[in-house]
Ligand binder design. Structure first.
Ligand SMILES: O=C(O)C(=O)C[C@H](O)[C@H](O)CO
Ligand SMILES: [Fe+2]
Length: 360
């Protein structure tokens, strides 16, 4: 039976209360999806730090082949002349990662903010709590958004909300004033055309993560929101090393996105080496409000069976991880990244996969 190469995102021995031993004990888990959080965005990742991370993960009996993320410096997204030095650094980071067996880099091209929620601890009726989004709760002032995430993060550094990135958010908004979706796409093309030859040589596939949520916020452009955006991005550089992370939660937050069809199209042509499988639940008739849900289809708005079936139908042989989970059983972990609900997610996804494999 073809098994999934199932990952679990981990924030490192200094910053994650979850241990590699716990991850190792989640049945059917083979990969740790990790990053370096002490290298400023834009700098080269030193080999010794990569080596230490790899050794630490492998000593726990797990593999490290996917990095999430090597964040993109805003100067690259904005298209400033300084982008060239950061792109050269990115190339060296790719080469260094390749030496330690990294096969996929998940990244995103969202301006200023990464994923965005209006509540990190939305109480659910089962007594757990989860990340939630309510468009009416998005403050006009982005600084208020940052304060809210900081307050809700319980001292954990939230991925994509690194303090060094957000320290100068006012100045960043100024710089992005001239960047519309067309310019951001041009800057993505410039970046891809520069790094893809290095990716091909190093055999490291780029896997762009969707915008989360998949629509513009604070007047900032977002360019990976749906299937048409994916076609446009694919056309920027035809190499298969210009690939996608298909995140079912992020894309699923737009009810118009047909996830099984997107999976069949892009996994089918080997352009999606990485999958984030998670479920969300819309909480209003207009489907503009949602919270993160258990992975189980019945508990959310997405059909996880159809998603996993589409992966199998498309010959998926890439990497997959459960994505945001709830905080359950009184766990008070990093919002969205608790141990228990993501472990339950892995077991469920592997269960779906096994039944699909054995009933072909
Ligand atoms: O928002 C999500 O679904 C994520 O998985 C966040 C990603 O880690 C991040 O955007 C990748 O760079
Ligand atoms: Fe995701």
């Amino acid at each position: 039976m073809k098994k999934l190469d199932m990952g679990f995102r981990w924030f490192g021995e200094d910053d994650d209360p979850i241990t590699l031993k716990q991850i190792r004990q989640i049945p059917g888990t083979t990969q740790v999806v990790a990053s370096l959080y002490d290298v400023p965005v834009g700098e080269v990742w030193p080999e010794e730090k990569i080596a230490h991370l790899k050794e630490t993960v492998e000593a726990a009996g797990l593999k490290l082949e996917v990095i999430e993320s090597v964040n993109i410096h805003d100067d690259i997204k904005i298209g400033l002349p300084t982008r060239d030095k950061y792109i050269e650094n990115y190339k060296q980071t790719i080469r260094n990662l390749s030496k330690y067996g990294i096969k996929v880099i998940c990244y995103n091209f969202m301006p200023v903010f990464d994923w965005l929620r209006t509540n990190l601890h939305e109480p659910l009726e089962d007594g757990s709590n989860a990340l939630a989004y309510d468009p009416t709760m998005v403050p006009d002032d982005p600084n208020e958004m940052i304060e809210r995430i900081k307050e809700g993060s319980k001292g954990f550094e939230m991925p994509g909300w690194e303090p060094d990135r957000l320290a100068e958010v006012k100045a960043l908004f100024e710089k992005y004033k001239s960047v519309d979706a067309k310019k951001l796409t041009e800057n993505l093309k410039y970046f891809l055309d520069e790094i893809i030859p290095v990716c091909e040589e190093a055999d490291v596939r780029m896997a762009m993560h969707p915008d989360d949520p998949p629509f513009p916020l604070f007047g900032l452009p977002r360019i990976y929101k749906n299937r048409d955006d994916m076609v446009a991005i694919e056309e920027l550089n035809e190499s298969k090393y210009n690939g996608f992370t298909i995140c079912t939660g992020s894309l699923g937050e737009n009810p118009k996105n047909d996830l099984p069809a997107i999976i069949r199209e892009f996994v089918g042509k080997d352009r999606a080496p990485f999958i984030h499988a998670r479920n969300i639940k819309f909480t209003n008739a207009e489907k503009t409000k949602f919270h993160e849900a258990p992975h189980l289809s019945d508990e959310g708005s997405l059909d996880m069976y159809e998603i996993m079936k589409a992966l199998d139908d498309s010959g998926f042989d890439g990497y997959i991880r459960p994505d945001h989970g709830r905080n359950i059983w009184d766990e008070d972990g990093r919002p969205g990244y608790g141990l228990y609900d993501r472990a339950l997610g892995i077991t469920y996804l592997n269960g779906l996969w096994e039944s699909i494999q054995k009933n072909k």
